[in-house]
Design a protein around this ligand. Structure first.
Ligand code: NDP
Length: 271
């Protein structure tokens, strides 16, 4: 058997900030696995060509981040059910000459919420945002059977499209989908920020009237305006998206290596 480390990478644009190489290396170390995990920036419009080149160079697993998750979905020969529903792929596995696509954003979010003792079943959720990240977590949020998921977004028509798209999956799981603002403003058990508001300015995507038990910002790496607002509103619990990032990486690691890494150590190291 060859001793050459197997080749993996995260691809996106920009990519220099990515924590994925560090996270995957730390997982591999737990099992004494020798891997090579890099980060590769791909120019807009060059995604499928570069992926083909990487496959020719011997890469067997690729994580995909902004802005290529939909393009990754389109180039796969086989898709998991979750990826099919979500129309988003963040984990490519190359076997033979075929590309297998999956998305681990939803499982990553849900696992991080479980780690934080956040219960979803029979609860009232608000999901803010209708971009790639919001779409990618809907499948798993619905599977956890909250009573109702309210959807809202700066461009509200996108939330309406999202509700229409997910309606049948929600019906199968007896979950109600509603667009905010509702007539009576509810008190949410969980508010999830899946927007990029605050990334370049200091804005929060919600009004000051909102009430929630747990506030969860998918953004990570700094004190976000959304989390600052949660403290001002007296939220009892609030968390950023680092745990989700680590858990989605753990789920990708499992797809490739069939091994479940411990995630607490790297979480501590990165906070
Ligand atoms: P997209 O570009 O696909 O979507 C951006 C969303 O943010 C849209 O709903 C957009 O609304 C909204 N938005 C942008 N600016 C503002 C603003 N100033 N006020 C209100 N709403 C705004 O991005 P993604 O969905 O891929 O990513 C969203 C966030 O989730 C990012 O911060 C990303 O880092 C994070 N993320 C975290 C992950 C993790 O593992 N922790 C995984 C994936 C994403 P509109 O439709 O009106 O433009």
């Amino acid at each position: 058997m060859s001793n050459t480390p197997k080749k993996y990478a995260v691809v996106g644009n920009p990519i220099s900030h990515s924590l994925s190489p560090k996270i995957h290396q730390s997982f591999a170390d737990q099992f004494n696995l020798k891997i090579q995990y890099g980060k590769i920036e791909i120019k807009p419009l060059e995604f499928s060509r570069v992926i083909k080149e990487l496959i020719d160079e011997g890469y067997i697993g690729l994580n995909v981040t902004l802005p290529f998750k939909v393009e990754a979905f389109k180039i796969c020969d086989h898709l998991s059910q979750r990826a099919k529903y979500s129309k988003s792929v963040n984990t490519l596995t190359i076997r033979g000459n075929k590309i297998y696509g999956d998305t681990t954003d939803g499982p990553g979010l849900v696992k991080d919420l479980i780690n934080r003792d956040v219960i979803l079943r029979d609860k009232v959720l608000l999901l803010i945002g209708a971009g790639g990240a919001a779409q990618a977590v809907m499948y798993d949020l619905i599977q956890k059977k909250p009573t109702i998921i309210y959807l809202t977004n700066r461009t509200l028509s996108k939330s309406c499209d999202m509700a229409k798209y997910w309606q049948s999956h929600a019906d199968e799981n007896k979950v109600k989908l509603e667009i905010l603002p509702p007539k009576e403003f509810p008190n949410f058990n969980l508010i999830i920020n899946a927007t990029s508001a605050g990334l370049i300015d200091n804005s929060s995507p919600v009004s000051s009237l909102i009430q929630g038990d747990h506030w969860y910002d998918m953004m990570y790496g700094k004190s976000t305006p959304f989390l600052n607002q949660s403290f001002e509103q007296g939220a009892s619990k609030a968390s950023g998206g680092l745990g989700m990032l680590i858990e989605q990486a753990a789920a990708s690691f499992f797809i490739w290596h069939k091994l479940k890494p411990e995630t607490k150590l790297i979480y501590k190291e990165l906070t």
